[in-house]
Design a protein around this ligand. Structure first.
Ligand SMILES: [Zn+2]
Length: 296
């Protein structure tokens, strides 16, 4: 009896030692975080897109393509966020890599400012910044969980428990966001931003996005559009603007000086940041705290 027991312990140890973790390449900092939460120790996440970098400017290097062909699963946003996705997919297809595309698990919404979008999302009709809706992140958590189970059926119980724990955190986050935003009456729920990234957030929480139309590096401060925006900020008594994507400091100064609005601080639009904003939960908390603090 003791003998059999030892054999079982031996087999157990051997499995633990030999079990290879699933190798995952991630094209999104948010997806990396979801993967780490759901995968735990059974998954090794290789971040192709690093926190703090601009994913819109990214193009896969030959080194990245090599990295990606050596994994089992690639996590991508889809919805046109990665204009290179189809090409990437066909170049690593023969390596047997599975693509998990978040866009296919979420309810897409249309871009609010198609004409004035100052970075190139390949599919202009759809807003690819799906993660600004917590409900979408819940859906993608289940999608990632199922992909991991398919790749590593032995890990099922663990993936299910991890996904459940993360879902619970998302539910608490959701409650917290609603409580925080209760401080802002409907008339103050206006986001002045040129970056059309917060559409999902705006839709979930009844915000209006007042677009900084066409104000990019190329626009001149004297333009009709800028004056129109300044007037609207004044008329509607908007206290702050979120200006990360207005790259023209002269225009920015003109808008704040003439409208009397403050700069509202940094919103994480295209992915996770560092420090507290280095996780999805922290990033959302940071955005909501910034928005409430600036507009209250
Ligand atoms: Zn963007």
């Amino acid at each position: 009896m003791r003998h059999i027991f030892s054999v079982w312990i031996f087999i157990g140890l051997a499995t633990a030692v030999w079990a290879e973790s699933i190798k995952v390449a991630s094209l999104s900092t948010v997806l990396s975080d979801i993967a780490r939460n759901v995968g735990g120790d059974r998954v090794e996440v290789r971040e192709i897109i690093k926190p703090g970098s601009d994913p819109h400017l990214y193009e896969p290097t030959p080194g990245d393509i090599k990295k990606i062909s050596n994994v089992q699963i690639v996590l991508a946003n889809g919805l046109g966020f990665e204009p290179y996705l189809d090409k990437l997919r066909s170049s690593v297809e023969k390596s047997g890599v599975t693509f998990v595309v978040a866009g296919s698990a979420v309810k897409p919404i249309a871009c609010m400012e198609v004409d004035h979008h100052d970075h190139s999302h390949a599919d202009n009709a759809t807003d690819p910044h799906w993660w600004h809706s917590i409900a979408n992140v819940e859906a993608v958590t289940l999608q990632v969980r199922d992909a991991f189970i398919a790749a590593d059926p032995v890990g099922r119980t663990e993936f299910e428990a991890n996904a459940k724990a993360f879902e619970d955190k998302l539910k608490s986050l959701s409650k917290w966001v609603r409580l925080e935003l209760a401080a802002l009456p409907k008339s103050k729920r206006i986001l002045v931003t040129s970056h059309d990234a917060l559409g999902y957030f705006a839709k979930d929480y009844g915000f209006e996005i007042l677009p900084v139309q066409g104000i990019s590096t190329s626009d001149q401060p004297s333009s009709q559009k800028v004056r129109h925006l300044i007037q609207e900020i004044k008329d509607r008594q908007v206290k702050a603007i979120f200006a990360e994507n207005i790259e023209n400091p002269k225009v920015l100064r003109q808008i704040t000086i003439e409208s009397g609005a403050n700069l509202g601080g940094t919103l994480y639009a295209d992915g996770l940041g560092s420090g507290d904003a280095g996780t999805y939960l922290g990033m959302m908390r940071s955005n909501v705290t910034t928005i409430v603090g600036a507009l209250q």
